[in-house]
Design a protein around this ligand. Sequence first.
Ligand SMILES: C[S@@+](CC[C@H](N)C(=O)[O-])C[C@H]1O[C@@H](n2cnc3c(N)ncnc32)[C@H](O)[C@@H]1O
Ligand SMILES: *[C@@H]1O[C@H](CO)[C@@H](O)[C@H](O)[C@H]1NC(C)=O
Ligand SMILES: *[C@@H]1O[C@H](CO)[C@@H](O)[C@H](O)[C@H]1NC(C)=O
Length: 316
Amino acid sequence: MREDQQRPVHLYNHQRNKFFITTKLFTHTTVYVIIVLLSYTLGYLSHSSPPPPPPPLPPPPSVFQLASLPTQLDNFRVAAHCSNSPLSPYLVFPTILQRVFQGSSPYTDFPPPHLRYILKPKRIRGWGSNGDVFEHLIKRVKPKLIVEVGTFLGASALHMVNVTRKLGLQTQILCLDDFRGWPGFRDRFKDINDINGDVLLLQQFMQNVVYFNATGSILPVPFSTRSGLEKLCEWGIMADLLEIDAGHDFISAWGDINGAYRILKPGGVIFGHDYFTAADNHGVRRAVNLFAQINHLNIRTDGQHWVIDTALVRKF
Ligand SMILES: C[S@@+](CC[C@H](N)C(=O)[O-])C[C@H]1O[C@@H](n2cnc3c(N)ncnc32)[C@H](O)[C@@H]1O
Ligand SMILES: *[C@@H]1O[C@H](CO)[C@@H](O)[C@H](O)[C@H]1NC(C)=O
Ligand SMILES: *[C@@H]1O[C@H](CO)[C@@H](O)[C@H](O)[C@H]1NC(C)=O
């Protein structure tokens, strides 16, 4: 009975194993066949099916679009009116004194009594402002007028005064800056005071110019680079040497370079800071490269500075 009882179980188990093995075999074979069939089918399909239809063509451009296409870049160009007759270098300072300072020197009786104990005798800090590039370019151009776009406390401008003095040149420098710095700059420059929130950057710059006896060589033009460059061009003020070191984002650098180029004397040099430093990725280098490309000009570098010498026109 036991055996009988066991046997069927044994038999049953045996059959079950067989059944399992067969099923397994069957399953493996089926899967194999299916895979082979599928890959054949897919290969056949991918080979013989027609390529996907191309995306629909855009509608043909209108006449208006076609006409304006080549001039799209003009939208970004500075187009304000410039004087047709350049001002003599001797008339530049008198013109600025007249137009910007109502005829009297901003240095007269400077500093006034209420600032005497607020301003430091001298507070100078710049960025690459003592680089060799200044001496290289001043030696080469022997400029009568330099326009600096972005001055801050005057480090680079005063360095340029030093260089021109050493070379015996009668160079005049206009410093275009709104003298606001940038939001947060006083975290790094803690000793520049303010009066009721109005930071004394212009006054500290002037104090530095007075300290270095450079009031005869440097005049501030305390406006935004945009409006300042536009006015200089309108007044016929042309520079032999132009330094760009104001806003370092693409839009600012692009605007400054294009605005400044309009007041550059033929054969003059335009150069600027931060072609290589961390700021270059913020847009200075992209702006300079695009500008040079569009105007067929060569860029060379000198330390961290980019230099475009318009006396050296690119040969094609
Ligand atoms: C890096 S600092 C100039 C440093 C100076 N060239 C030196 O080496 O000593 C930049 C200056 O550009 C000025 N600036 C930035 N954007 C300006 C704008 N749109 N208009 C006028 N000045 C601007 C700031 O006030 C700041 O003083
Ligand atoms: C200018 O040169 C003098 C004399 O060599 C030096 O003492 C002074 O620090 C220089 N000024 C600047 C702003 O580089
Ligand atoms: C500025 O000129 C005064 C008077 O001539 C002189 O005493 C002083 O040393 C000069 N300062 C500089 C920085 O050259």
